[in-house]
Design a protein around this ligand. Structure first.
Ligand SMILES: *[C@@H]1O[C@H](CO)[C@@H](O)[C@H](O)[C@H]1NC(C)=O
Ligand SMILES: *[C@@H]1O[C@H](CO)[C@@H](O)[C@H](O)[C@H]1NC(C)=O
Ligand SMILES: *[C@@H]1O[C@H](CO)[C@@H](O)[C@H](O)[C@H]1NC(C)=O
Ligand SMILES: *[C@@H]1O[C@H](CO)[C@@H](O)[C@H](O)[C@H]1NC(C)=O
Ligand SMILES: *[C@@H]1O[C@H](CO)[C@@H](O)[C@H](O)[C@H]1NC(C)=O
Ligand SMILES: *[C@@H]1O[C@H](CO)[C@@H](O)[C@H](O)[C@H]1NC(C)=O
Ligand SMILES: *[C@@H]1O[C@H](CO)[C@@H](O)[C@H](O)[C@H]1NC(C)=O
Ligand SMILES: *[C@@H]1O[C@H](CO)[C@@H](O)[C@H](O)[C@H]1NC(C)=O
Ligand SMILES: *[C@@H]1O[C@H](CO)[C@@H](O)[C@H](O)[C@H]1NC(C)=O
Length: 894
């Protein structure tokens, strides 16, 4: 018994100690509840955790120690779940499990940056009454917000639903009235568009504690023009990227006394900036950029330290502000000594700025005055610009990180004050009227430089070595007078533009840079004096999108490794001395849209694979080479082709009856990108297009050895602007359907063996401004009226049987047999059209098949194929005539 008594005593002591120690453990570090651990595991079960972010979440372990889980240290309850994901590779993916309801004390839930796979924001969240912080930003949620329940979260202090890609929507904000503790609200990108005019604004005005409000990109249309409501709590207001029009209402500045950050950028605000902006005494950042604001910069913005004395950032770029900038600096802006960011680019400001105007900007880091100009008058080219008039020895009070002075007047001497700026990462002094040698110090300054644009000046000097500029990504020295060998290039360059200078020698410097990890995407060396072979060093060029080596004196073959540029969109090597065949490796350039190899000495057949592999080719220019044999019928597969220039080669055989879809439909009229357009504009400079130069559709097969008739399919290319088949050996008549090509401005069929009459349907070609039918065997009467009255003899000479104005030869009333035949063919064409009105459309497939067979099997089957396609064609014409007026008026307005 004694033994037993002792044992019991020990046992009691042991249990007591155990109990104490457990309690002690609790006191300094509480263990989580089993039910809550279970809930978390269920929550984990709903998610796909590819990178094992939740590997610490194991049954049996203390869940308070799990990654992202926070507990109340005295009670052990889970109070926060922070699974924010900054790296898109580590996203949790799946759905939001309602097991979260078993966490009754959860006050902060942060799931930002994960992927909830377009699921709805679950309505159970609204029953989690202890939530104070809810962050579901950038989390790929979709659908309507469960506004009925979310409105019950009366303890919520911050709610962030931004960045869900315009997929979330809610049709009113009444529910917000329940969120009486809210301090931070970010609904950016949530579509509120249908909420009625001013309601959204009244609902928000009920949130008396609101400090931060972001409604960027919510498709809001209206701000109330006046309001009595005070927003005294508000410090940050972001209404950018909406559709607000009209003028900026005064009340914004009068009723938000404590506002520090105001962002109204990317709207449609019009009218002047209200003077009342000066009332915002606490304003630190003001962003009104990308609107349509007019007038001058209000003097109330900064006036002798009494107004906006704290302003650090002023963003007014991309408006239509006008007037003199030096005036504004003198009166107001110049006193804003706290200013760090001053962005006024892309306005219509002008003025003569001196060092005195800038004397107070001790803190300025970002200065962007680029691209301001006003036309002196509508018809003059001359412009007034911003001039920076400072002395050679000026030492600015600031150290800039961004120098944006493109299109300002800085020259003619190189701006020496830049030497005092030791740490800038961005410099744009393009088109700044500088005629000078770039001083040596400029090339080895600021090691942190990322962007350098010196284009369109008259700069010289060769001391550059960029190989140590590890951050330099954009280098643009184009349009200057650099007459040097290529410099050593920066290793991490993305954009290099040295076009239109006199760089000479070979391009091995480019190869040095094209190592395994290069990022080069844009390389333009065109219009220089570079020479030698194009080296075979492009194997790692997979990032390259634009490569322009045109207008140099490169010789030798096209290197095979160019075929490694699998992302290439634009390849131009025009006007060099390249010879040999087009290498088969180029068939890997499957996303190329512009291929220009014109003006070289290339030979062999045109590769058949161009049609098969370069699926999205828009412009193919092979002119002035020695290409021979037939034009491959596979080219007919190029559905996006808008420009085909094979002129000046030795091509033989018939013109394939291609109907390039993009030349036959008005839908694709303007789909050149800016870069594509820039390249093409250079290639087609021989045409003085009357219509917008974006509107380029051209087919040029001139100066070859092509035979047989003009295929009737050519008249289906109804949006062609230029058609040149001159200097071949074509026979037969001009297709009557040519009258449907109503956008034609240039038409040249000269120096062939065409016969019969000039079809009267051509009178319908109202845009036609250049016509050349000379040196054929055409006969009969020249049509008269409309644009035909403007063509002179040179359009028709060398056709002995033509008669009528402007030729001297008058038409006799007797019609020869030859003419009878021609008129008959014209008439039958008309009959054909009438029949077609009643026929069903024949599928495009049938059309293509018959076209290919037709081409291969010869003339008679070819006519058969024509019979098959005509119904299709005229259906198209009917569609086009209904859209024509619309397109026409848009072109005029552009
Ligand atoms: C932890 O819980 C206790 C008791 O309920 C409470 O007083 C305390 O404020 C909580 N602490 C936190 C950080 O939530
Ligand atoms: C939320 O509040 C509404 C009334 O505003 C009420 O009908 C509803 O029951 C509440 N929902 C929950 C889950 O508390
Ligand atoms: C969510 O986490 C991110 C990153 O830590 C943080 O910036 C954000 O403020 C958090 N949201 C809330 C509501 O705490
Ligand atoms: C909301 O979340 C986004 C993305 O995580 C963040 O950029 C933004 O600053 C947050 N909004 C607020 C007001 O904190
Ligand atoms: C204003 O908003 C736009 C668009 O949301 C943003 O790009 C810009 O950086 C903001 N301006 C400032 C000064 O933060
Ligand atoms: C500024 O533009 C407005 C019209 O937008 C014009 O009335 C005004 O005269 C211009 N002011 C100056 C100084 O050019
Ligand atoms: C700019 O102002 C300076 C000094 O006030 C003057 O000497 C210079 O001629 C002016 N330049 C222009 C282009 O008006
Ligand atoms: C230099 O500029 C960079 C940004 O371009 C900035 O982060 C850094 O602090 C600057 N360094 C100095 C010494 O001013
Ligand atoms: C350099 O500035 C010119 C305008 O002067 C602009 O057209 C060009 O796109 C800029 N270059 C780069 C690479 O940004």
């Amino acid at each position: 018994m004694i033994v037993h008594g002792r044992f019991l005593q020990h046992l009691v002591e042991f249990i007591a100690i155990l109990h104490l120690s457990i309690q002690g453990h609790f006191l300094c570090n509480a263990v989580c509840m089993e039910s809550e651990a279970e809930a978390l595991l269920q929550f984990k079960g709903g998610l796909n955790d590819l990178t094992n972010r939740l590997s610490s979440w194991e049954r049996g372990e203390d869940c308070c120690q799990w990654n992202g889980v926070g507990c109340n240290t005295s009670t052990g309850h889970v109070i926060s779940l922070d699974l924010f994901c900054a790296n898109s590779l580590h996203k949790l993916q799946g759905h939001l499990s309602s097991s979260l309801l078993e966490l009754p004390y959860l006050s902060s839930l942060n799931l930002s940056g994960n992927d909830f796979m377009q699921s709805q924001v679950p309505s159970f969240l609204g029953t989690m009454r202890s939530l104070k912080h809810l962050d579901l930003s950038n989390a790929n949620f979709k659908g309507n917000l469960p506004k009925e329940t979310l409105g019950n979260l009366s303890h919520l202090e911050s709610l962030n639903l931004s960045g869900n890609d315009y997929s979330l929507q809610v049709n009113n904000l009444k529910w917000l009235r329940g969120l009486s503790s809210l301090k931070t609200l970010d609904l950016s990108g949530v579509v509120l568009g249908s909420s009625t005019a001013n309601d959204w604004f009244l609902d928000i005005s009920m949130l008396l504690s609101l400090v931060t409000l972001r409604l960027s990109g919510c498709q809001l249309h209206k701000l109330p023009p006046s309001s009595e409501v005070n927003f005294d709590s508000l410090i940050t207001l972001d209404l950018s990227f909406n559709y607000f029009g009209d003028t900026i209402p005064d009340w914004l500045f009068e009723n938000c006394h404590n506002l520090q950050h105001l962002n109204l950028s990317h709207n449609h605000f019009r009218g002047p900036i209200p003077d009342s902006v000066g009332r915002l005494m606490s304003l630190v950042t003001l962003d009104l950029s990308n609107n349509q604001l007019i007038g001058s910069i209000p003097s109330t913005l900064g006036n002798g330290h009494t107004q906006n004395p704290l302003l650090k950032e002023l963003h007014l770029s991309n408006n239509q502000l006008n007037g003199s900038l030096d005036g504004s600096l003198e009166r107001s802006l110049g006193q804003l000594s706290q200013l760090v960011v001053l962005k006024l680019a892309w306005n219509k400001l002008e003025g003569n700025i001196t060092s005195a105007h800038l004397a107070n900007f001790n803190n300025l880091k970002v200065l962007d005055l680029s691209f301001n100009s006003i036309r002196m008058n509508r018809f003059e080219q001359k412009e007034k610009r911003i001039t920076l008039h400072v002395s050679k020895n000026w030492i600015p009070p600031f150290q800039l990180e961004t120098i944006g002075l493109g299109f300002c007047e800085l020259g003619p001497q190189f701006p020496m004050w830049i030497q005092t700026q030791k740490n800038f990462s961005y410099v744009d002094i393009s088109d700044a009227g500088i005629f000078d040698i770039v001083p040596d110090w400029f090339w080895d300054f600021s090691p942190t430089i990322e962007y350098m644009n010196l284009s369109s000046n008259e700069l010289r000097g060769c001391e550059h070595d960029f190989s140590q500029k590890f951050k330099l990504e954009t280098l643009d020295l184009s349009n200057n007078n650099f007459s040097c060998p290529l410099p050593r290039l920066p290793p991490n360059l993305r954009t290099l533009n040295l076009a239109t200078n006199s760089f000479h020698g070979n391009i091995s410097r480019v190869c040095e840079m094209l190592g395994v990890n290069n990022s080069l995407g844009f390389l333009d060396l065109s219009s220089n004096k570079l020479s030698g072979n194009i080296p075979n060093c492009w194997s790692y060029g997979g990032n390259m999108i634009i490569l322009n080596l045109g207008k140099n004196t490169f010789s030798g073959p096209i290197p095979d490794s160019l075929g490694s540029l699998t992302s290439l969109h634009i390849l131009s090597m025009q006007e060099n001395n390249l010879y040999g065949k087009i290498p088969d490796s180029l068939k890997n350039l499957q996303v190329v849209t512009i291929l220009d190899l014109g003006g070289n000495r290339l030979s062999g057949p045109i590769p058949y694979w161009i049609g098969g592999e370069m699926h999205i080719l828009k412009s193919l220019i092979l002119r002035n080479n020695y290409f021979e044999e037939n034009i491959p019928i596979t080219l007919c597969m190029l559905k996006s082709l808008k420009i085909l220039d094979l002129s000046g080669n030795k091509l033989t055989g018939a013109i394939p009856p291609c109907v390039f879809e993009a030349m036959a439909t008005e839908e694709s009229l303007n789909d050149f990108s800016y870069m594509e357009y820039q390249t093409i504009k250079g290639s087609l400079s021989m045409y003085q297009f009357r219509s917008s130069p974006w509107f380029l559709n051209a087919l040029d097969l001139s100066s070859n050895l092509l035979t047989e008739e003009i295929p009737l399919q050519i008249t289906e290319l109804v949006v062609l602007v230029a058609l040149n088949l001159s200097r071949n050996q074509l026979v037969g008549s001009i297709p009557y359907g040519i009258g449907e090509m109503r956008y034609l401005e240039f038409l040249d069929f000269s120096r062939n063996h065409l016969s019969c009459v000039i079809p009267s349907s051509m009178l319908r070609l109202h845009f036609l401004s250049a016509l050349n039918l000379s040196y054929n065997n055409l006969s009969g009467k020249i049509p008269h009226g409309f644009q035909f009255d403007t063509f002179d003899v040179s359009s028709y000479e060398g056709n002995p049987d033509l008669c009528g104005n402007p030729l001297i030869q008058e038409c006799s009333t007797n019609i020869s047999f030859e003419d009878m035949h021609c008129i008959d063919s014209e008439g039958s064409n008309n009959r054909e059209r009438e029949n077609d009105e009643h026929e069903d459309n024949v599928g495009t497939n049938a059309f293509y098949i018959s076209m290919v067979i037709g081409f291969i099997t010869g003339f008679w089957v070819f006519w058969g194929s024509l019979f098959l396609i005509t119904p299709w064609r005229y259906a198209y014409f009917r569609f086009l005539s209904s859209t024509h007026d619309w397109i026409y008026c848009c072109r005029i307005n552009r």
